[in-house]
Design a protein around this ligand. Sequence first.
Ligand code: TRH
Length: 383
Amino acid sequence: MRRLRWDIFCTVIDNFGDIGVTWRLARQLAAQYDADVTLWVDDLTSFARIAPALDTTQASQMLGAIRVRHWSVPLPPDTVVAEVVIEAFGCYLPDDYQQAMAACSVKPLWLNLEYLSAEAWVENCHGLPSPHPQLPLNKYFFFPGFTSRTGGLLCEQGLLAERDAWQADQAAQDAYWLTQGIPPCPAGGLRLSLFSYESTAARQWLATLAASAQPVQLLLPLGKVVPDVLAGLGIVAEARAGDGFRCGQLDVFVLPMTDQAGYDRLLWSCDFNIVRGEDSFVRAQWAGRPFAWHIYPQEEHAHIEKLNAFLVHYCAALAPGAATALRDFMLQWNQGQLAPQAWETLRQQWPLLQQHARVWPQQLLADADLAARLVQFVKMRLQ
Ligand code: TRH
């Protein structure tokens, strides 16, 4: 297919998931499909937290192969409509941009990249067009998901091979921990990472870990859950990157936020990861290690339904004991009431959970990753 111009629009609602997903997609489209991508973002400061090379004072700049533009209203006068236009997560495209799309003789392909959900209805909605109420335009809904009848999940080509090489390279991992200022893990100990929302369950988990006989290193990127971790340890302090706290057998290390590749490395290097939202949730699956998901909380417990929908998929091929242990841990975490035995029970199922975490990514990628499905979708409609 000839080289296409893509515009991806992203509003940062809160946190890093919206920009995390669009930044990842933009890079993959450029690297693997030679796409000419412009990423429009309304909040450069949040973006810079996961892309430290970004200059927040520049309204337009190249970041690697991607043109990043500050999305301000109105759009700059030199804005030219692209051939493929993605509005991420239902962000509203500016009216003048919509008018410009409608005025094109060959209409751009307009897609709304939706939030990830494992719920069954996604299969029925993925790929559907929605005619614009006034303009001669269609907008297509592109739903990420866990089955072949959805848009799949973002995963760069070669990522799993890179992960495997990393996980097989003990010397590289030892050097990595040294550069992070983390001492060697005591024999028989565990390394865990925690990047979740505010959580009473985190407090309870910390108390369990501190009281356990097994040495644990907890890696804690700066973020929303940090105050709960400190509270769980009975520590009254502000945490900064580089801080360390000890409680019983538990050592907590506070890490700075890094770029996305750095965060992947952390996930690949830990025995168990607690992640959140949408993008870190997917990256934990690519890490091939057991994990728990703190789902983005929604009104009327809609998120618990979504969590259950994911667990149905994830646990389908797990032995019943391991499935129950994982389900209980994740549900209790998300409901904010984590019993001490939930962690102990999960630990008893470790070998099965490890084995499952290894095969799960291959199963998910058997029908191609999200970028491949998206490019295929575009090809079919633009030819
Ligand atoms: O930040 P989040 O809570 O984002 C959420 C979700 O997307 C949620 O669905 C959405 O509704 C809400 O935003 C608005 O969690 P998420 O999706 O895991 O995004 C975190 C991003 O931060 C991800 O791309 C990984 C990245 N990250 C780094 O790049 N470096 C780091 O050190 C860490 C800890 C994370």
